[in-house]
Design a binder for this molecule. Structure first.
Ligand code: F6P
Length: 322
């Protein structure tokens, strides 16, 4: 393989830049030309590409976001859009023979479709949500977790001062990993995630009432984005538990910030591995972390895996948050 492309797609995540850097440097060190494709699959359709060299990716390892910009592209889901993307790859100016796609499951479906049409692609899991079933870890998750923890720690100061209850909505699409883990880290009284059926009366209201009998006066309730309804829940708690309550939606503040060590290192390992695979002419794979090892799976196989929730962790959270 003489020329490859790299793109970031879907929601950006801290550590994507570290992955791009690893892809570009590994390729350049092995005599492969690299094109950065701007704005994900949209840029591939529109021919919005730039050649990158080892210096183009200097000074980005510590930056959140993605230097290549990102987008969610509907046009690429249609055959016509995909054909335009293939034309860009085949264009004499570029001659792209393989692509590294950094993103989530939706982006991997695109990578699989391109691989099936003759452009080998390698997926790298990049999303704050940690919702890629085939991988124990997704780039951006650790940074996001720490951001959520820091934000809620701040909220705790004011909640404690006013003896209030705060209901925090945590982003994470349909996945409760961020909410559960951050909930433990901030000492939440109650955690509500989509994977585990929660009875609001029993798991939130009664729980707060029980801790009130132990003289607790301020409360943090963490609710996953996939559940929603934080304003209503705050009003219900205020009415039934007689504690002044507020709701906070963290939103996109969670997606920004300088990546943690973990995100930079995993991103570098995954970027390196992706190029190694392409160099062997291997495509239609996704690079994942499994039991602390970086390995790869067939994209189709990866997309059909079943998600398991960490119910043991949920049980611990429940038991010690009293
Ligand atoms: O996938 C990352 C994520 O931030 C999710 O947690 C959230 O549901 C979604 O993206 C928000 O998407 P957008 O930035 O398009 O509003």
């Amino acid at each position: 393989m003489k020329t490859i492309g790299v793109l970031t797609s879907g929601g950006d995540a801290p550590g994507m830049n570290a992955a791009i850097r690893a892809v570009v440097r590994t390729a350049c060190e092995n005599g492969i030309k690299v094109f950065g494709i701007n704005e994900g699959y949209k840029g591939l359709i529109e021919g919005n590409l730039q050649e990158l060299n080892i210096r183009s990716v200097s000074d980005i390892i510590h930056r959140g976001g993605t230097m290549l910009h990102s987008a969610r592209c509907r046009e690429f889901q249609e055959e016509a859009g995909m054909q335009k993307a293939l034309e860009t790859c085949g264009n004499k100016e570029y001659g792209i023979e393989g692509i590294v796609v950094i993103g989530g499951d939706g982006s991997f479906r695109g990578a699989r479709d391109l691989s099936l049409r003759g452009i080998p692609c390698i997926g790298i899991p990049g999303t704050i949500d940690n919702d890629i079933v085939s991988s124990d870890y997704t780039i951006g998750y650790d940074t996001c977790l720490n951001t959520v923890m820091q934000m809620v720690d701040r909220v705790r100061d004011t909640v404690e001062s006013h003896s209030r209850c705060i209901v925090v909505e945590v982003m994470g699409n349909k996945c409760g990993d961020l909410t559960l883990n951050a909930g433990i880290a901030v000492g939440a009284t109650a955690i509500v995630i989509p994977e585990i059926q929660s009875d609001i009366e029993k798991h939130v209201i009664e729980r707060i009432k029980r801790t009130q009998t132990t003289d607790k006066k301020h409360f943090i309730v963490m609710v996953a984005e996939g559940i929603g309804g934080v304003e209503e829940l705050a009003r219900k708690i205020e009415k039934e538990c007689k504690v002044e309550s507020r709701a906070v939606i963290l939103g996109h503040v969670q997606r920004g910030g300088s990546p943690t060590v973990r995100d930079r290192v995993v991103a570098s390992q995954m970027g390196y591995k992706a190029v190694q695979l392409l160099m062997q002419g291997i495509g239609n794979r996704v690079v994942v972390q499994k039991d602390d090892h970086i390995i790869d799976y067939d994209i189709y196989e990866a997309l059909s895996m079943d998600r398991k929730v960490n119910s043991e962790l949920y049980k611990i959270a429940h038991e010690i948050s009293i």
